[in-house]
Ligand binder design. Structure first.
Ligand code: CTP
Length: 447
């Protein structure tokens, strides 16, 4: 019996896939089809897949051409599969010509003619594309446009800055068609909005965009008063629109897995937490402007607060802050948070720097994420018996913004249920802590 194997994502299964499977099957007596897992695609930077792995497997099965379906979940698996299944022929479309020649050592490699004029990419492009308008044209907005190109179904259509020259320069540089200093014009030209303006303007812009019926993705911090956060989420619900907070750590693959591992008891009961997010910033920067809600807590606290609130819940019993101030803003703040069963410690800084790692301590071991932990692609679980230690590696592609952009696009396209990786409850809890700090509750100021 001649065994043939082929692999693919098989997203939005189309005639090209069917032709390929027929050609592969004709090469032998038994066809094994490897379908990539969602995680494997994510790992190789393919963030635009529409159908999940189960749907893609079902679609391959429905063709009736596969005798056996397996999942492909890691690089190098093809060699293992060839041995494991006793494969005679590896077949793949001609777009991969030459790429898999290294498998010739293990079996026959056949590149099959590809069907012209159709691909999953083309089908995805034909699907609804979200027209996005950007409010604020600073450095994060620039990175956002670059990263949005890695996500299908989003197209940056317009950019707003009250200073029109700045909007125009941004649009020219980033090839965005509409540059405007009119919020109404921006909102008329898009169906979703990314708010990347200074913090103190978020509330007004988010509210205006939601009232105009747009989905909103807003930079951290969403707002700095919890009543405003609650009001905006209620408004989003009333309008039936998505309101998400941009936060690259919350949506990146490593962070999600670290949290799941810890929640499932990988280091026993969690007793303590420590993380720091510090960057040295020019004192003249807007981020240091007290009139514009600058300062370390307002700028950076959403980063350590994310894992703290995720791991310990939002029922914070007490928070104590210690700050070093300069020109009316905290250049460095240390926070001690108490929960019923655990405590957490964090440091944020814009004018002082410290080690930016994260450590979560548990009754069986601890998790260590090296600096900069908020952009992590690697972490370790460490135990008393070092033989038990484990290292975990993940992709963190580009600037990492593409993960949140993909989540936002998916949320806006879901018809009803969508699980947010950064839920409203946690955003409101973050805001409450920043609010307590801004009201100087339990704040000790160092000389
Ligand atoms: N294939 C083909 N003809 C097409 C499209 C795909 O023969 N028009 C083949 C590929 O060469 C591969 C298999 O189908 O052997 C699965 O490819 P996959 O990457 O899932 O499909 P694409 O449509 O190429 O997907 P994308 O556009 O996301 O790259």
């Amino acid at each position: 019996m001649t065994k043939v194997i082929t692999y693919g994502t098989f997203d939005l299964l189309h005639q090209g896939h069917i032709n390929l499977l027929k050609r592969a099957k004709a090469l032998g007596d038994w066809l094994i089809v490897g379908v990539t897992t969602d995680n494997f695609d994510l790992e190789r930077g393919k963030l635009n897949t529409c159908d999940n792995v189960m749907k893609r497997i079902d679609a391959v099965r429905a063709t009736g051409l596969a005798d056996e379906i397996i999942i492909e979940e890691y690089r190098g698996q093809k060699i293992d599969d060839i041995h494991k299944y006793g494969v005679d022929i590896f077949a793949i479309g001609s777009d991969w010509e030459g790429y898999f020649d290294y498998l010739k050592e293990f079996c026959k490699v056949v590149y099959l003619p590809r069907t012209e004029g159709i691909s999953s990419t083309m089908l995805r492009q034909e699907q609804a594309v979200l027209q996005l308008g950007i409010i604020g044209t600073g450095s994060i907005a620039r990175r956002f446009v670059d990263e949005s190109k890695f996500v299908n179904s989003i197209s940056v259509a317009a950019a707003f800055n009250p200073d029109k020259a700045k909007a125009e320069a941004f649009c020219k540089d980033k090839e965005v068609s509409l540059a405007t200093d009119s919020l109404d014009e921006l909102l008329a030209g898009c169906d979703s909005v990314y708010v990347a303006s200074p913090h103190y303007t978020h509330y007004d812009y988010v509210k205006a965009a939601l009232e105009a019926g747009k989905h909103v993705l807003c930079e951290t911090p969403l707002v700095l008063e919890s009543a405003q956060a609650e009001e905006l989420f209620a408004l989003a619900k009333k309008q039936g629109k998505v309101l998400m907070m941009a936060h690259k750590t919350a949506y990146c693959p490593a962070f999600g897995h670290l949290v799941s591992l810890l929640q499932s008891g990988a280091i026993g009961e969690i007793v303590d937490f420590n993380a720091a997010t510090t960057t040295i910033t020019d004192m003249k920067s807007e981020k240091m402007d007290s009139a514009r809600f600058g300062g370390s807590m307002n700028e950076n606290a959403c980063f350590p607060l994310l894992p703290i609130l995720r791991l310990f819940g939002t029922d914070v019993k007490k928070v104590h802050f210690v700050s070093k101030m300069k020109d009316g803003v905290d250049i460095y703040t240390k926070g001690l948070m108490l929960f019923d069963n655990a405590c957490a410690n964090f440091e944020v800084g814009l004018g002082a720097k410290t080690e930016g790692s994260l450590v979560v301590s548990g009754t069986k071991g601890y998790a260590y994420v090296p600096a900069p932990w908020w952009k992590t692609e690697y972490f370790e679980l460490r135990y008393e018996d070092q033989n038990q230690n484990k290292k975990y590696f993940y992709p963190f592609a580009g600037e990492g913004l593409r993960y949140e952009i993909k989540e936002f696009a998916s949320a806006t396209m879901s018809d009803g249920y969508f699980y947010s990786k950064l839920p409203e409850k946690e955003i409101i809890a973050m805001t409450k802590i920043q609010e307590a700090f801004n009201k100087k509750e339990n704040l000790t100021i160092l000389k």
